[in-house]
Design a protein around this ligand. Structure first.
Ligand code: SF4
Length: 395
């Protein structure tokens, strides 16, 4: 289908939540995928669907939002990084001392099939609260919190009139310096930005000379960087926001050095630095999208070879229960990791070395329970040494 969004400009982008609202799917596909939809909900919109090449069953943009039957395979856990463990009050996560997450919304402009927070979209979800007063109180009482990330769901799916008071209240807290907004709106529906001057006015007001608003954008594939998306990004930047991009490595979407380097380079031309590249968490239903750690590293490094210095600034990481762990290097026999952020302060600069395991999808897969101390994750035990791990911080 030829790609045209012209007709969308004058209209509101229409959201769809039923597979029978996607006319390009065959009757059989709809029946097969309905079973998936019952477990992991589908949501999309007209603009994003217009980016799909429907002639190609393996189209990468299609893979981002259209369900796959393999999602029903038994793999992973709903809360793979145990976010619950770091939730002191409803709707607020506090894992790293300087950073708190406020879950302000449980809806996105479309649902990524590989989402690690898909539990929020389920009926039984009780983690997000519209009343963020408890979360704000917690932030006010914890002076070590200098960064607050608004997330969910997608905060920019909220109207500006609902979002602005949250930002305003955060700006009244002296020790909160950076407000981040985690959003895939610039990719999923840039008209939300283009058509709402009040959003840009709000950013202009609260992204100040001394305290910025960061937009943590989420582009997975260079084809998402359409003219409209680039316009939306530039509007945000001109309003005074700092925009960076983070993406997971997703099988069938960007697991190709040519595609990934194109994404990194194109983002750098626009002025949006690639920040983190995530290995997919072992989340329930995500087996069709996940890549093994060592294969992911290879793709990532081969992509970086084709990038300028400005385009290759991203780091390859896992958001593990114990912290943000960077994949540093893979040699013939070993794989090396380092904590970039750690929940336990003693892990802050910890360096890990394991024998290679090409079948490993996650840090846990490198800890062998047959070894002494292996029943417990050794990286949960800051005093511990063993299980093939070399602590390089002098302990
Ligand atoms: S935009 Fe983010 S929170 Fe929303 S479905 Fe995609 S990965 Fe999940």
């Amino acid at each position: 289908m030829p790609f045209s969004t012209k007709h969308l400009k004058a209209n509101k982008v229409k959201y769809v939540t039923r597979l029978d609202q996607v006319p390009q799917l065959s009757g059989k596909e709809r029946v097969d995928l309905e079973r998936v939809n019952e477990k992991f909900v589908f949501r999309s919109n007209e603009y994003y669907q217009s980016l799909i090449d429907w002639e190609d069953p393996n189209d990468p943009i299609r893979r981002i939002i259209i369900p796959e039957v393999q999602e029903l395979d038994d793999w992973g856990q709903l809360d793979a990084s145990n976010e619950e463990r770091y939730t002191p009050v409803k709707g607020l996560e506090h894992k790293y001392s300087s950073t708190a997450l406020l879950l302000v919304n449980e809806v996105c402009a479309a649902y990524c099939r590989f989402c690690f927070r898909k539990r929020l979209f389920m009926d039984e979800n009780d983690e997000v609260t519209k009343d963020i007063s408890e979360g704000l109180r917690y932030i006010r009482e914890h002076r070590e919190i200098s960064n607050v990330l608004l997330t969910g769901g997608d905060p920019l799916i909220m109207s500006t009139s609902k979002l602005a008071p949250i930002i305003e209240k955060l700006r009244q807290v002296d020790h909160v310096q950076i407000i981040r907004i985690g959003t895939k709106i610039p990719a999923f529906n840039p008209f939300r930005i283009i058509d709402d001057p009040s959003l840009l006015e709000m950013i202009q007001k609260y992204s100040t000379d001394e305290k910025k608003i960061y937009i943590m954008a989420h582009f997975n594939h260079p084809r998402e960087l359409t003219g409209e998306a680039i316009k939306g990004l530039n509007l945000l930047m001109r309003a005074g926001a700092i925009v960076v991009n983070q993406t997971p490595l997703i099988r069938g979407v960007n697991d190709d050095p040519d595609i990934l380097s194109k994404l990194f380079n194109k983002l750098s031309y626009i002025g949006v630095p690639p920040y983190y590249v995530f290995l997919c968490r072992p989340t329930l239903g995500n087996e069709p999208y996940a890549l093994p750690v060592e294969k992911g590293y290879q793709i990532f490094e081969n992509a970086r070879k084709k990038c300028s210095g400005l385009a290759k600034r991203a780091r390859l990481v896992m958001s593990h229960e114990t912290g943000k762990v960077e994949v540093l290097a893979v040699t013939r026999d070993k794989v090396y990791f380092k904590y970039l952020r750690a929940a336990h302060p003693d892990n802050g600069i910890r360096f890990l070395e394991f024998p290679r395991n090409p079948d490993a999808f996650w840090l846990d897969d490198y800890a062998d329970p047959a070894l002494p101390g292996g029943e417990e994750h050794p990286y949960n035990n800051p005093a511990g040494e063993g299980n093939g791990i070399f602590w390089a911080n002098g302990n």
